[in-house]
Write a protein that binds this ligand. Structure first.
Ligand SMILES: *Cc1c(COP(=O)(O)O)cnc(C)c1O
Length: 421
């Protein structure tokens, strides 16, 4: 699909079988939102749902809602919905806590399994370009267990470092800063060949690209609720464990909600039989209600081809953005660090500029085109096929061109770094 004019983009939107999904969202007038990879847009159904949970379930029914509204089941029910987006089977996914905390639980469980089966393995292998929280959690666990975190600097170095000393290969499927996507099935198989377990962070994958954890025979995964899953700020995250590991997986945050029988108040911890053992404390019901609606916005694509159809549109959107940046902005010193190969690209496009990246993003935001900046020099644009139009992509690049051509980004007010970038 080659779109060569604004009118061609409008025509593509008119022909797009997924176009109707956009009406599920509250979209501020005139805004072009290219940051759904950082905080997904608000689904229209969230306010009414959360209001009902607050006024009726909490306000009127109070404590009875744990049974009457089935609150205790929500981490499992929403987990099962997410499971459909990532190739998990039923009762293999649970929603809880934050991605960082889930990484701690799952990486610890994976390291314990490795230690029992292959005690000589002492390495957690990852990438230096991984999202920092993933590395920080690994560093903490390595320290407490007397293990080591090894970080590869390139994909080749990663493959070379994968040997029989590696206990767990811990990677983020789609890189937050570059949009590079790993070959999840191939790396999982390579890890298994040397006797390592795999832990995949799907923060930039769930709801963005098709993932089939079962087909890849992966071991563990975590992911984020507030990015492509549209669960709202600080939405709870999810955990997936392959069913072959669930009965043996011990997670360190052995709270009462992960107990086999929380309401027996047994003084002795006994993990729940299923994926529920990855719960720790009381579920965040208001946030779960919002996340439930957020996940529904993606499941709404099932009749039109589901994640495969969303992926096809996402690639058209990112292709269009890359093509237009090349055409319109070639003279301004931008470089694209996102792979051109579809097989290696997630749902974002990242550009770099040696000195102006932060200010350029700020100037775009002032024009109603929201992307974000990632230190030290990245302009990051996320493309959420569930609610973006081709014409939005076209217009975004025209704004970028205007910011660069006019040197508007050099104005003083765009240079002040805010706390959150
Ligand atoms: C967004 C993101 C996280 C976020 O972790 P929180 O605990 O929700 O703050 C973790 N890992 C990756 C790879 C991410 O992209």
């Amino acid at each position: 699909m080659e779109l060569n004019s604004r009118q061609a983009c409008l025509d593509a939107d008119a022909d797009d079988p997924l176009a109707g999904l956009r009406t599920q969202f509250e979209i501020p007038e005139g805004l072009i939102y290219l940051d759904g990879n950082s905080l997904g847009m608000l689904p229209k159904g969230v306010s009414a749902r959360v209001d009902d949970v607050i006024r009726r379930q909490w306000g009127q029914d109070l404590i009875r809602s744990w049974n009457r509204a089935g609150w205790m089941q929500w981490p499992h029910e929403v987990g099962n919905k997410i499971g459909r987006l990532i190739g998990a089977g039923p009762d293999e996914v649970v929603v809880a806590d934050s991605t960082s905390i889930n990484l701690y639980k799952v990486l610890s469980a994976a390291l314990m399994l490795a230690r029992q089966q292959r005690p000589h393995q002492r390495i957690i292998l990852s990438e230096r370009s991984n999202f920092p929280t993933d590395l920080y959690i690994a560093q903490s666990l390595a320290q407490s267990l007397g293990m080591q975190v090894q970080c590869a600097d390139t994909p080749e170095a990663l493959e070379a470092a994968l040997n029989d000393q590696v206990a767990v290969l811990m990677l983020t499927h789609v890189n937050y800063r570059t949009g590079h996507m790993h070959n999840l099935p191939a790396l999982t198989a390579a890890a298994h060949r040397v006797g390592a377990l795999t832990l995949w962070d799907l923060a930039h994958s769930a709801g963005a690209v098709p993932v089939d954890l079962r087909a890849a025979n992966a071991d563990f995964a975590v992911g984020c609720g507030y990015k492509y899953l549209n669960g709202g700020p600080g939405a709870p995250a999810f955990v997936w464990v392959h069913p072959r590991h669930i009965p043996h997986a011990q997670q360190p945050l052995s709270g009462w909600i992960g107990h086999a029988q929380p309401f027996e108040f047994d003084p002795q911890y006994r993990a729940a039989a299923g994926i529920g053992r990855f719960l720790c404390g009381t579920p965040a019901i208001l946030s779960l209600a919002a996340l439930d609606i957020g996940v529904d916005t993606l499941l709404a694509a099932q009749p039109m081809g589901g994640m495969a159809a969303l992926r096809e549109k996402s690639l058209h959107l990112t292709d269009l953005f890359m093509q237009q940046v090349t055409r319109r902005c070639a003279e301004f010193g931008l470089a694209c660090i996102t792979p051109t190969s579809h097989a290696q690209r997630g749902s974002q496009v990242c550009l770099t500029h040696p000195e102006g990246a932060y200010a350029m993003v700020q100037a775009l935001i002032e024009r109603g085109v929201i992307g974000d900046f990632r230190a030290p020099n990245v302009l990051r644009f996320g493309f959420t096929p569930v609610n973006l139009r081709y014409v939005d992509v076209w217009d975004a690049v025209e704004h970028l061109y205007a910011v660069l051509q006019s040197k508007q980004w050099q104005q003083d007010r765009f240079q002040q770094r805010a706390q959150v970038t």
